[in-house]
Design a protein around this ligand. Structure first.
Ligand SMILES: [Zn+2]
Length: 234
C-alpha cells in the first residue's frame, strides 16, 4: 500500500516536530513561568475572597451599630421615663431594673461583637495589603520569566515551524481517511504506526493473528494492532 509508505514517511517528520515541540513546552523556564502564573491566579483568588469577607463584615458592623444605637436610645427612653415618672413601688422598681439590665446586657454584647469585628476587619486589611504586594511581585516574576522563555525558545520555535512545514509537505497525497485514522490513533499512542517484524507488531511485540497478517499482506485495509492500536505496516 503506497499510501501507507507515504504515511510512514510523514510520521518520521511528524514525530520530529512533536519531539521538538514537547521539548519547547517542557523547558524549565516555561514551567517556572507557568508556576508563577498559577501562583498569581491563586493570589488573585485569595484577594477576591478577602474582599468578599470584608464586605460581609462591613454589613455586619453596620447592623451591629444600628442595634447598638437602638439599645442606647431605649436606655435613654427608660431613664427619662423614670425621671418624669419614678416607679411608685417596689414591684415597678424591680420591673425597671430588669428592663435596664436587659438593655445593658444587650449593649455589652453588641459592643463586644463590634470590637471583635473591627479587629478582624483590621486583620483583613493587613492581609489584603500583603496579598496585593505578593501578587504584584509574582506577576512581575511571571512576566520576566515569560520574556526569558520567549527569547530562549524563539530559535527553537522557528526550527519547529520548519519541521512542521516539512511534515505538512510529506502529508500531500495521503488519503484523508488514512490521515484521520492516523490522527485518531496518535491521540492514544505515539508513534501511531509500527512495522510488522517476524509477524509481530514492532511497537508492542505482540504476534498478530493470521487474518491480520493476510490483510496487511494484501495491503487493501488499514490494520491496527489488536494490542496497542498502532497502524501496522509491512
Ligand atoms: Zn502493537
Amino acid at each position: 500500500m503506497e499510501a501507507l509508505e507515504m504515511l510512514w514517511s510523514y510520521m518520521q517528520e511528524d514525530m520530529k516536530a512533536d519531539r521538538l515541540n514537547n521539548s519547547i513546552r517542557n523547558s524549565p523556564l516555561r514551567q517556572k513561568a507557568e508556576k508563577a502564573r498559577a501562583r498569581y491566579g491563586e493570589l488573585q483568588k485569595a484577594y477576591r475572597q478577602i474582599e468578599e469577607q470584608t464586605a460581609i463584615y462591613a454589613d455586619r458592623r453596620d447592623a451591629l451599630q444600628d442595634a447598638l444605637s437602638r439599645a442606647q436610645a431605649q436606655l435613654e427612653a427608660v431613664t427619662s421615663r423614670c425621671n418624669e415618672n419614678p416607679p411608685a413601688d417596689a414591684e415597678q422598681t424591680q420591673a425597671v431594673i430588669a428592663e435596664v439590665e436587659k438593655l445593658v446586657s444587650g449593649l455589652r454584647s453588641y459592643e463586644s461583637d463590634l470590637r471583635r469585628i473591627q479587629k478582624e476587619s483590621a486583620e483583613f486589611v493587613n492581609r489584603s495589603a500583603e496579598i496585593l504586594a505578593n501578587a504584584a511581585k509574582t506577576r512581575k516574576e511571571f512576566e520576566d520569566l515569560k520574556e526569558q522563555y520567549a527569547a530562549a525558545s524563539d530559535e527553537k520555535k522557528q526550527e519547529y515551524h520548519k519541521l512542521r512545514a516539512s511534515a505538512d509537505a510529506k502529508a500531500v497525497g495521503i488519503p484523508e481517511e488514512l490521515m484521520a485514522v492516523y490522527n485518531t490513533v496518535k491521540k492514544q499512542i505515539s508513534p501511531p504506526m509500527a512495522r510488522l517484524v517476524n509477524m509481530q507488531c514492532s511497537g508492542c511485540n505482540t504476534s498478530q493473528p493470521s487474518a491480520a497478517l493476510r490483510k496487511i499482506d494484501a495491503g487493501t485495509d488499514i490494520v491496527e494492532c489488536e494490542t496497542c492500536g498502532r497502524i501496522l505496516i509491512k
